[in-house]
Design a protein around this ligand. Structure first.
Ligand SMILES: [Zn+2]
Ligand SMILES: [Zn+2]
Length: 139
């Protein structure tokens, strides 16, 4: 039987494999973000993020490059292949955000809500029944 702690371990990385990371703590909230900045940064219609306690997230190979995307946040990506990996608020906080699409097993991250639904592309439809917030709850 698998060690539950090992079972909780997750790993992921960029497209080219130059940057790899591990997550040793349970994911907190997983959200689909429809904001225009995530859209442009990811090149995708929606970006799905998992909140992870900072102490539980470690880069295990390579190093993520940093792009200061606004006064309040930075985005971290692979400088070689361009994959978006992490999002961090500039102000100190407990959580980092990991791009669910870069997890080795993204199916283990279960989305709980949509944020910035006010920016959703009209042709993008979900029937997941999850709550939709026009902006970020509590923001
Ligand atoms: Zn890469
Ligand atoms: Zn966003």
């Amino acid at each position: 039987m698998a060690n539950p702690e090992q079972q909780d371990e997750m790993a992921g990385g960029c497209l080219c494999g130059a940057v790899r990371y591990a997550i040793s703590t349970p994911l907190r909230t997983v959200a689909h973000c429809h904001c225009t900045m995530c859209r442009r940064a990811s090149g995708a219609a929606v970006a799905t993020w998992a909140a992870v306690a900072k102490e539980g997230l470690s880069v295990t190979k390579g190093e993520a490059a940093v792009y200061v995307s606004s006064a309040s946040a930075v985005r971290k990506f692979c400088a070689n292949c361009g994959a978006q990996l992490f999002f961090d608020y500039v102000k100190p906080g407990r959580w980092s955000f990991v791009s669910v699409g870069t997890l080795d097993q993204p199916e283990r991250a279960t989305p709980a809500l949509h944020i910035w639904a006010s920016n959703r592309i009209p042709w993008l439809h979900f029937d997941d029944g999850l709550p939709e917030h026009a902006e970020e709850p509590g923001a």
